[in-house]
Design a protein around this ligand. Structure first.
Ligand code: CP
Length: 303
């Protein structure tokens, strides 16, 4: 595939190749000289119509480690505020001879739409509540680093499944790699179609935690909900917030993940987020190597 729009377009072999390549780059990143010349003939535009800390910086660093030229576009400080459209914005950037676009956009399918209008390769860095493929790849890579493999492992994705692109991409990726996947949250935040993806559904946090090897704690996506949603943040943290007391009461040790940004004290308390069970910062570290692998492999597909 020329683009990376979603995990739905990858098979297990594609994902395995990305992980092998990412491991090579992770080894490079642990050397004194962290840079390789692989993409020195490539220019990449990071186009973000939604806020980001991890994804934007991680892509930019991955591009720089691969020696690509990079430009960064944030909609909030651009001429989008003067009414310029997505296609016009991207075409103006492409006129500056850009080969790849890393796109974050609030609307599901923005990358698919853009693919039909521009010649550059597109990497989806999050499209609304749809997909966030590189997040799922770095999450799965981080699980393998800890547990050796994904196949047969039990992964619980806990929280706001309905509004989460991380949930959908993780479910697709983990299922392709042979994991058992459970989603857990209030009925109002779990979409009806989710069972068709072959996942278990659980509404009780303790049951989910006692079932799983890995718990991926998701953030309530306040920016994608109106203010009258149920449960409220306070109710949510009482029913679904993970704290040290709950973690210590479990029958076995589990691994705690979170894609960030964390709402400390809502879905997870600081004593859990910062504990030895947490691999949250490993996920961020691995994000650079995984994104290097995606960029490198896509660059090889240029026509
Ligand atoms: N995990 C993630 O996508 O974080 P950002 O929104 O900060 O990029």
């Amino acid at each position: 595939t020329r683009h990376l729009l979603g995990i739905k377009d990858l098979n297990a072999n594609d994902i395995q190749l990305i992980f092998e390549t990412a491991q090579t780059f992770k080894d490079v990143l642990n050397r004194p000289i962290k840079k390789v010349p692989s993409l020195r003939d490539i220019t990449i535009a990071n186009i973000f119509f939604e806020n980001s800390t991890r994804t934007r910086l991680s892509f930019e660093l991955a591009e720089k480690r691969l020696s690509a030229d990079t430009i960064n576009f944030a909609a909030s400080s651009s001429s989008v505020s003067k009414g310029e459209t997505l296609i016009d914005t991207v075409n103006n950037i492409l006129a500056m001879k850009v080969d790849m676009v890393v796109l974050r956009h609030p609307y599901p399918g923005a990358g698919v739409f853009l693919k039909n209008h521009i010649g550059a390769q597109i990497i989806n860095a999050g499209d609304g509540a749809h997909e966030h493929p590189t997040q799922a790849l770095l999450d799965a890579f981080s699980i393998i680093e800890r547990l050796g493999e994904i196949k047969g492992k039990k992964i619980a994705i806990i929280g706001d499944i309905l509004h989460s692109r991380v949930a959908l991409s993780n479910i697709l990726c983990l299922k392709k790699l042979g994991a058992e996947v459970m989603v857990c949250g209030p009925t109002t935040l779990i979409p009806k179609y989710i069972k068709s993806l072959g996942v278990k559904v659980e509404h009780n946090l303790l049951n989910a935690l006692n079932w799983c090897d890995v718990a991926n704690m998701l953030r309530i996506q306040l920016e994608r909900q109106d203010i009258s949603y149920f449960p409220s943040l306070r109710e949510y943290s009482m029913l679904y917030g993970l704290n040290k007391q709950i973690l210590d009461s479990l029958k076995k040790e589990i691994i705690i993940m979170h894609p960030g940004p964390i709402n400390r004290g809502v879905e997870i308390t600081s004593d859990v987020a910062d504990s030895k069970h947490s691999i949250i910062l490993d996920q961020v570290e691995n994000g650079v190597a995984v994104r290097m692998a995606v960029l490198y492999l896509l660059a090889a597909q240029r026509g």
